[in-house]
Design a protein around this ligand. Structure first.
Ligand code: GLA
Length: 384
């Protein structure tokens, strides 16, 4: 892979790349729409991701190119950078703006990005490109940032430069991910533990619905606001800073404070989902995959009915999974509104599963999904 990318770099820029980096995408096993509510999530880095090759230039410019997109950008070094339309290069540009604003001195750089994460699939292509850029620039220009600083910077790019009020899970997972491990992350304290993703004789299938995620950003920000409304109402009687500070039992005693039914449903999902993550961690630790799978199905149902971020495409995948005896559990993963589902599938039955879910989905939806047998990989680093 590296050789091929180096050749492409030479072709694009007529010189040799001096450095190469890689940042993965992620899936979240359970704990959805929890991170911005200060609770527990369980993401893993995957082996798909974003590659970045660089070489310095003496022209005092940043050049952004990618073989995934036709658009390119060349911009002189300056004191302030603004988002430029909807182009893909806004993600690395936002990283540059954040570094410059923090007083770091950067130099001219030619950059070539290549990603193999399907775009818009909910596997965090945006966190991946933000983090790979921040990691590379940090090293190249000795900015002295820790890995956690990189996570926070990348999240701020997403929130303040791109405009999505996301939580910290994606940037954290693609930075700190470890091969064959899931991260049990507390999004309030940012403490985490890399736990063995003990899937036994099962593998993690990723099923991309191939549904374009229209309106995802505005709907996502709407959910963030609804959670903030629920929190404000609960704070009338409860001394809490996040929805996930309480468990389901406590919530049941106070939920009458929430006046709007939709907002109450959103909070119910969040608080019950956070409790499910605790149970899921126990199930994983005791190799109880059947229990883990049940919790995945319960998570999906709640995202569909209470949080309303699923859709017929994701539901169709999970509906099929429930009928397949070789599947322990399945759910949508990531923000929702299209994108990907995941399923725990018996390794020996993966090909049959892939064919059967493809047929079921295509018959119902009218176009086919893409099914991957996913590997859990490492977080950001130099490309060796
Ligand atoms: C997106 C966001 C994350 C998280 C998930 C939902 O991936 O970027 O911060 O909120 O949705 O769990």
């Amino acid at each position: 892979m590296k050789d091929q990318l180096e050749q492409q770099f030479s072709k694009l820029y007529n010189k040799t790349a001096t450095n190469a980096w890689f940042s993965p995408g992620r899936v979240n096993l359970i704990g959805e729409h929890i991170d911005y509510n200060g609770g527990l999530v369980m993401p893993c880095a995957i082996t798909f991701g974003t590659y970045l090759l660089t070489a310095p230039n003496d022209d005092h410019v940043f050049r952004f190119r990618s073989t995934n997109f036709e658009e390119t950008l060349e911009i002189p070094l300056q004191a302030h950078y603004k988002k430029d339309g909807k182009g893909w290069f806004n993600y690395p540009l936002g990283v540059i703006q954040h570094l410059v604003k923090a007083g770091h001195v950067l130099g001219g750089l030619d950059m070539f990005f290549y990603g193999d994460i399907p775009i818009g699939s909910g596997l965090s292509s945006s966190a991946s490109i933000e983090v790979v850029t921040a990691f590379a620039l940090n090293k190249l220009f000795n900015a002295g940032l820790s890995k956690l600083d990189i996570v926070k910077l990348a999240k701020s790019v997403e929130n303040n430069f791109i405009g999505l009020n996301s939580g910290i899970m994606d940037q954290f997972a693609v930075t700190f991910g470890e091969k064959n491990k899931a991260l049990m992350l507390n999004c309030d304290t940012l403490e985490y533990e890399a736990v063995n993703s003990n899937l036994g004789d099962h593998v993690l299938a990723i099923i991309n619905t191939n549904k374009p995620r229209k309106l995802a950003e505005s709907k996502y920000n709407e959910r963030v606001e609804e959670c903030a409304m629920a929190l404000t109402e609960l704070q009338q009687l409860l001394d809490i800073t996040n929805l996930c500070d309480i468990d389901t039992d406590t919530f049941n005693q106070y939920k009458h404070l929430i006046t709007n039914e939709t907002v109450k449903n959103r909070a119910t999902h969040v608080i019950e989902e956070n409790d499910r993550v605790k149970l899921a961690a126990k199930a994983l630790a005791s190799n109880n995959l059947a229990e883990f799978g049940k919790l995945m199905y319960a998570s999906h149902d709640s995202l569909r009915d209470l949080y309303e971020v699923s859709g017929k495409e994701l539901d169709t995948v999970v509906e099929y999974a429930k009928t397949d005896k070789d599947v322990a559990g399945a759910r949508m993963t990531g923000a929702g509104f299209g994108g990907c589902a995941i399923a725990l599938v018996k390794a020996s039955a993966f090909d049959d599963f892939s064919a059967a879910v493809t047929k079921y989905y295509t018959d119902k939806i009218g176009y086919s999904p893409s099914v991957y047998n996913s590997l859990i990989g490492d977080g950001v680093g130099p490309l060796l």
